[in-house]
Design a protein around this ligand. Structure first.
Ligand SMILES: [Zn+2]
Length: 175
């Protein structure tokens, strides 16, 4: 994925410099979807990702991009900027399940999802786990070389796990 994105990101940058956000009347629905996917994965360049979101938001208002594309990219950019996401589209593996990453006002997330045509969060996360069960990271213990399983933390969080053989504790932080 990183390689494919690395090769195609310059293309998206050039298109945006030339014509702005490539909407569906210019590049068709498939082309617009491909452009959105590139922006969604442009994590290596947060400023460009934010620029894409602003352009995509304007495009969605004109019917040139979909509101679902806007929702997914909004969540991605907010988390990257250290803010909680709005729609719960971005998930993280935790104890064999998927849970939403940092989320604003979780009690009303399903209303916000419905407003952009997304199904309720619980079902979305369950289907994601059916499609691809989340796995913990597996690290060798520095003390005894046994394998320690640890669920990587969300931004600004710390995960802790103990070696099953010698009990040595490891921690992982992010952000
Ligand atoms: Zn150990």
């Amino acid at each position: 994925m990183a390689t494919a994105d690395g090769e195609n990101l310059p293309w998206l940058r050039q298109v945006i410099a030339d014509v702005g956000w490539p909407g569906k009347s210019l590049v068709g629905e498939d082309g617009a979807q491909a452009a959105w996917l590139l922006a969604q994965h442009a994590d290596s360049d947060p400023a460009f990702q934010r620029q894409c979101l602003d352009l995509l938001t304007a495009a969605a208002e004109n019917g040139e991009a979909t509101i679902v594309q806007q929702a997914y990219l909004t969540d991605r950019v907010l988390l990257k900027e250290g803010e909680p996401q709005e729609y719960g589209t971005q998930a993280i593996g935790r104890d064999g399940r998927f849970v939403a990453r940092k989320l604003r006002d979780p009690d009303h997330v399903d209303e916000r999802r419905a407003s952009v045509g997304l199904p309720p969060l619980a079902g979305y996360l369950a289907r994601m786990a059916e499609h691809h069960a989340p796995e913990p990271a597996r690290l060798p213990c520095r003390n005894c070389q046994a394998t320690i399983e640890i669920w990587p933390p969300d931004e600004g969080e710390t995960s802790t796990s103990a070696c099953p053989q010698c009990g040595m504790t490891i921690t992982m932080t992010r952000g």
